[in-house]
Design a protein around this ligand. Sequence first.
Ligand code: NAD
Ligand code: UDP
Length: 332
Amino acid sequence: MTPPRTRSVIQDSVRPRFGRALVLGGAGFVGSHLCEALVTGGTAVLCVDNFLTGRPENLLDLEDSALFELREHDVSVPFDAGPVDVVFHLASAASPVDYQHYPLETLHAGSLGTESGLQIARAQGARFLLASTSEVYGDAQVHPQPEGYFGNVNPIGPRSVYDEAKRYAEALTFAYRRTYRVDTAVARIFNTYGPRMRPGDGRMVPNFVCQALAGEPLTVTGTGTQTRSLCYVSDTVAGLLALAESDQPGPVNIGNPHEQTVADVARRIAVIAGSGSAVQLIDAVADDPQRRCPDITRAREYLGWEPTVPIEEGLRTTISWFAEQARAPAPN
Ligand code: NAD
Ligand code: UDP
């Protein structure tokens, strides 16, 4: 038995305009929703993924589509994708637990993987979009974070394999733009949540939701006063598509400016899930950014994009999905 399929969370209004897209890391959480949005809008998609942290099940709804092709491959190793108009590079572990478990793979995905994608874009005359991250700002000293802020990153700490890989990936992307005139774009994605996050990926939303549904304590790190700003996945995908379809190089922050403490997120999830679970404070983690909130002025002005899904609605859909997954029979 396979787990239940996930209804699309992508709005019908999302209409990309590329003939054929290459999505690196398309079997992951954000990537699978992006593949779905592209195919829904009539774009043919080649999804390349090595399933390090992603799952082919995320793409079940696309397996019968003539517009969709899935190829298992490590993007750190150069490959031929055929003709493409756009390359989206999302291939990288993204959860702090995942990337600290796969430090070298994460560094390679950001360095060698980015160069593989850029070489394809250069050879094909395609637009290249890098899925970068708010982590390039590190434990930011400026709030909210504008794109002009250079960040405060520990270059050798436990998060450095991810933060520095993405910073290098941004530098490489801009070097290809300047040197080879590749048409590039950098999106700095802030915390995104929604259906298809792996229950065990270690990020706060899947952890809190699974704990709430199981009636277990919600494990909040440190004092719980550190903040995050959560963006629902359909909003993030719409932002990525808007950037890809524009001629902007970025970097552009893609995130929801609604800032909340982590403890408040935990309590909100417990309430929506109808759970009696209480918050339990556990040890703080090293180099945990204390305040994170995007300044999305640039996205609003250059892309006409801003998030539209309220947190209550996004969390409700996400919790329902996790509950449905928990009820589904385990795959054979
Ligand atoms: P995810 O772990 O669910 O997806 C990443 C995908 O990349 C997985 O399918 C994984 O198997 C694949 N992958 C990793 N290394 C690969 C390699 N060498 N070759 C081929 N495939 C590889 O993570 P996500 O949350 O969907 O994040 C997607 C992208 O967006 C990442 O690049 C991440 O850095 C970026 N991002 C995400 C968030 C977020 O909150 N979700 C925030 C900032 C940035
Ligand atoms: N966090 C938490 N409990 C968990 C998982 C995470 O309190 O079970 C905290 C984490 O320390 C951080 C915030 O939640 O302060 C967001 O963590 P996440 O791993 O989701 O993403 P990050 O923004 O750190 O990349």
